[in-house]
Structure formats: structure tokens, C-alpha cells
Design a protein around this ligand. Structure first.
Ligand SMILES: N[C@H](CCC[C@H](N)C(=O)O)C(=O)O
Length: 283
């Protein structure tokens, strides 16, 4: 079949976006992997599928597939690309839209200055709901957060377990450029205490309103930016008393900004979303 798509990125986290509002899209994992392949296909960290909403009061449904073809619950950078896509393609005239995802409703909004902010909902911090299996473990309280010791490649790392709809394990490092992201990332991603696997964040605190972050993403490897990872890192840093909202997040692909008032308040993610090109592929 000939498939029309749009290539986009949010701070270098790149996507193939597909309009499924007028056509049913149901690809096999192998077809998703082919689309994501940077040599045999288009190339992307994730694929985003735009669908009509099933629920009254909701504007769209948004499905996310990692480059391994697995469907996941949430994607923060993708949500910004999503709202730019439906706006540019004339699928909506609204500036703020309500979008149903596997993990709940998010609300991306086009700002007057062209920036995009997404209400990503409240973080989930209860270990069992991340999900993180804390059985038999002695957590180490740090302010409002609990750090969990993980045995990774023969050494122990202390992680915060946070869900933004998708699971994150965030650790503090002195220098993200020197952090063992590619060595420890896979071991954390597949750690048995994360039954749905996990996105592994490596956060360097610059000051109370700025961090640098690298994320080894579940099923995608290290990406240039991870929106939900930025949300999870800032939530963990605020709960540990290291950060204060808003926080600028420096990633290898660009800068994101996160605001969170604590507790059950929503996490607000602001950042770029760029359309690179429209294309067509025989799939
Ligand atoms: N790899 C992630 C999904 C994409 C999240 C990331 N691209 C973002 O911007 O939030 C996961 O498996 O949970």
C-alpha cells in the first residue's frame, strides 16, 4: 500500500506522523519497524497515529508506536508534534485540543508565540503504579521522594520511579556527557523490577531552575530528547528538593521547559515541534 506520512521532530526526538482520521491503520510490528528503520524505511524514534476520538468532548485519539513496533502509553514530544500536525493539516481550528491516549487525556495547546504547551496530566509516584516492584527493597527517602537502589552492571544506582503514563527511572549524575547512558541504559530499561520495562533518565542539576538530561528510552534507545522523560526528571528533582518550577531542560536536541506545582497538579511541557517534510512510502 502507498502510505502518506509527515516527518516531524520535537527537540530532535523524531516521528513519522500518519493521518488515520479517514483511513484505518493497523500495521504489524514488522511494518512499524520498517517505517522506523533509518536505512530501509523512513527513520524515526516513534510513529504517531492521528485518529478521530471515540469519546464526546475529546477532539482526537493519538496512538504511539516505538521503533520496535510496540504501542506505548504516552509521548510528550509527540504530543507537541501532534497539535502542530492537526493544525497545519486543517484537521482542527482549535488552539487547544483534548487528546485521548492509552494512558488518559492530554491537552496540547498552540501558544500565540508559536510555542506549544502540553498539559501532560499529573505524575504517578506510587511505585506499584509506575509500575516498579519495590518488594523487599529498603527505599532511601530524600525529601518527598524515595530513591530505590537498583543493581545495574554490578554497581548500585539510586533511581526515582515516576510515571507520566509511561514508566521512568530517573537518576542524578554529575555530568550527563560522562554518564554511562549507553552502558547502563539497557540494563535499567530491562531491569526485572520494572515489569513494563522503563525509560532511563540521567539528570544533571545545573541550578534550581535548570537541568541537563539524557534519556535511554524504552524500546528506542537514547533519543535526542524525551518529553515524558523531561517531565519525570523535573518531578523527581522537585520532590527531592533540588529544583523549583519552572525548570529549563537542556537535551541534546534542544531545550524544553517544564512547570509543575507539585502534588496532583498537572505537569506542563513546553517546547518546539517542527515539520520536516511530507512523504509517501510503499509499505
Ligand atoms: N520510548 C517511550 C515512548 C516515547 C516517549 C518519548 N519520546 C517522549 O517524548 O515522551 C516509552 O516507551 O515510554
Amino acid at each position: 500500500m502507498k502510505l502518506k506520512f509527515t516527518k516531524m521532530h520535537g527537540a530532535g526526538n523524531d516521528f513519522v506522523v500518519i493521518d488515520a482520521t479517514a483511513q484505518e491503520i493497523a500495521f504489524t510490528p514488522a511494518q512499524w519497524q520498517r517505517l522506523a528503520d533509518r536505512r530501509f524505511g523512513v527513520g524515526a524514534d516513534q510513529m504517531l497515529v492521528v485518529e478521530k476520538a471515540q469519546t464526546p468532548g475529546i477532539d482526537f485519539r493519538y496512538r504511539i508506536y516505538n521503533s520496535d513496533g510496540g504501542e506505548v502509553e504516552q509521548c510528550g514530544n509527540g504530543a507537541r508534534a501532534f497539535v502542530r500536525y492537526v493544525t497545519e493539516k486543517g484537521l482542527t481550528a482549535k488552539r487547544a485540543i483534548r487528546v485521548e491516549t492509552l494512558s488518559g487525556v492530554i491537552e496540547p495547546r498552540m501558544e500565540d508565540d508559536g510555542g506549544i504547551t502540553v498539559d501532560m496530566g499529573a505524575p504517578v509516584l506510587e511505585a506499584a503504579r509506575v509500575p516498579f516492584d519495590a518488594s523487599g527493597l529498603q527505599g532511601q527517602p530524600q525529601n518527598d521522594d524515595t530513591l530505590w537502589p537498583l543493581d545495574v552492571n554490578g554497581h548500585t544506582v539510586l533511581v526515582s520511579a515516576v510515571s507520566m503514563g509511561n514508566p521512568h527511572a530517573v537518576q542524578l549524575v554529575d555530568d550527563v556527557d560522562a554518564a554511562p547512558v549507553l552502558q547502563d541504559g539497557p540494563a535499567i530499561e530491562h531491569h526485572p523490577r520494572f515489569p513494563k520495562r522503563v525509560n532511563a533518565g540521567f539528570m544533571q542539576v545545573v541550578d534550581r531552575h535548570a537541568i541537563r538530561l539524557r534519556v535511554f528510552e524504552r524500546s528506542a534507545g537514547e533519543t535526542l530528547a524525551c518529553g515524558t522523560g523531561a517531565c519525570a526528571a523535573v518531578v523527581a528533582g522537585i520532590r527531592r528538593g533540588l529544583l523549583a518550577s519552572p525548570v529549563r531542560v537542556g537535551t541534546r536536541g534542544g531545550e524544553l521547559s517544564i512547570a509543575w506545582a507539585g502534588g496532583n497538579a498537572p505537569v506542563l511541557l513546553t517546547g518546539p515541534a517542527v515539520t520536516v517534510f511530507d512523504g509517501e512510502i510503499e509499505l
